[in-house]
Design a protein around this ligand. Sequence first.
Ligand SMILES: [Zn+2]
Length: 573
Amino acid sequence: MSWSGWFDIGAPAGGFAAGPATISRNKDVCNVYVRGNDNALWQRPYYNNQWYPWARHNDGGVLSSEPALGSMGPDHEHVFVRGTDGNVYQKYWTAAGGWSGWFDIGAPAGGFAAGPATISRNKDVCNVYVRGNDNALWQRPYYNNQWYPWARHNDGGVLSSEPALGSMGPDHEHVFVRGTDGNVYQKYWQFTPEPVGDVSFAVSECAFGWTARYHQSGTHVTIRIQLNPDMGITAETMSTLRTTWRNGILATWANRFDCRATNGGRQGLTFDVQWVTSNAHHVVRVRPGPDRSNMTLWDTSDAGNVVAHEFGHMLGHPDEYADATCPSRNPVGTGTVMDDNTETVARLYNRICAFHGGGHTPIAGAAPEPDENAPELESRMLIDNLKPAPRAQILNHLRAIADAEEVADGAADAEVTFELSGGAPGERYAYRLGVSADGSAHRRVVDELRATVAVGEPLADGGDDVAAMVERDLVTRVFAAARDTGLLGDEAPAFPQQGAELVPDSMIAVITVRDGNAFRRIWVPAGEQADASVVFGAEAADVPLDTPMQLPAESVQALQPLLDALRAVEETL
Ligand SMILES: [Zn+2]
């Protein structure tokens, strides 16, 4: 046994960037991948004892990092890259189905540096790791046939390189990084059958970012919650609420499913909440209701099921209701506690049964999973993720609308929208104002706390719809303002968006420019005008459009021409 010499195995036509990546999914196959100088994925396969030519993945994917490869078994391999929008994208190959298209699997809140890394320690588990822009290690796990949210390793580690992954067996994985002192650091994960202790991990979904915290002892989970009532809410009221809310949480979560061990043994999953005045996992403000609640802001009208939904966020679960401001959310419409405050399902317990990510031994399953026809991932594409030629074509089309005196070709498919949404299920507020390049405009309000609103005929679902045609010069003004705000620029506008933690069900405002299936969007946190706890800036913020919501003063200033133009559209409806 000895090393061979070096063999030249060539390069794609046009060359490639940085270095190659490789995977062997079984002993007879090896694939080498590179990011071509055309930013496409290129592959050179080896099988049947010979190399085959370099081949380009002609799937529209535009890479902005080198590929990372992994395999979950002899008939599977997958590749992860950074897309031009800063998210991680995945495509996979199976013996049965060949290559899939690209899937957007998102990014940690705050984004990440360079490219992703991945490892599968066994056929059921895959983990993707990145170095966050906060220089912490972030991880997105896949097990029990689903992706879980991005989570941050809150262990004080500061990375000064991308992570490198490895596994020494089905119950082990480890990660190596460069530390700030120039040394290599390692951390490892090993399956532990009976966890006891506090669990804490950061979660990131859509515009929202928060930290899940709870205590787990085997199959018993406790969350310590500190309730801080507003002045004027009596001790007697709080006493009643504590009983109502604890009952709601236990009724929804506890004794519904078992964990099943590899030896067939089952143990029921139990939950409790402790109302504490210090050392809380989560601190919640309680205000007079009814009002719109989120994970850390409840009100005296909240029923037990609303609080059970927020309890789910504290366990690390994202929302599962459809929200126009989160078009890539998946799954949605699941009929679970995270959708409509009702049922829990087995998968919501997987993380707890998997004992912090073990994944392969115990699974929940005392009751069958309801049918979930999870919709396809949103087919809309961020403009910045398109290849240069179609991206330029779309931006030119949108800019032409901003200059046009006549209705442009394809105008009905180009649209500027302003959306606001927030609140727990059952209390949600959703507002949408849209104007198309052909002059058609619509306005829709759904307010689950009010039976009717001021405009139009109330809809059966508590919303109002208005549609009309607006003047050409007003359409031009809206698109021109979008251009002036930077939304039609060659690069996506550097608008302050992410940053501070924004807990689930918080109110956000989103402005979207769309041409066909391609869109650009910016979002900012929004609040209710009467909510004194929401402080966005030194000055009183303007009220955008004819809604009860409030935007940060600095955002209003940056968006003023566009908000003014949209307000003018709104006045015609
Ligand atoms: Zn929620």
